[in-house]
Design a protein around this ligand. Sequence first.
Ligand code: ZN
Length: 96
Amino acid sequence: MMEIFTGCMSPHVAPLQRDHMRLVWHSPLRGEQRVRVIAWTCDCRATVYELCHAGGVGYVRRTVQLEGAPEVHETYRWSFREADGVWTALLGGQVR
Ligand SMILES: [Zn+2]
């Protein structure tokens, strides 16, 4: 992916494609332990996405950085491989 250097260390999601798929975003599960954040998008944007692994499953966490109270949502749980695919599609603007 070609990107003009902007000083950002992490990727940004690509503009949303017209024929994109919509992810279902849920409230975060409580009591989940040992969440490993595998990849994340740049926090210079109001919305930050993270690829998470926890207890053998993968999912994407979305944080909207609002003044005072960030709004957090998560996707369904998938296998690591499926979650990787969703993450790649998310960065490419194919799902959101
Ligand atoms: Zn950035």
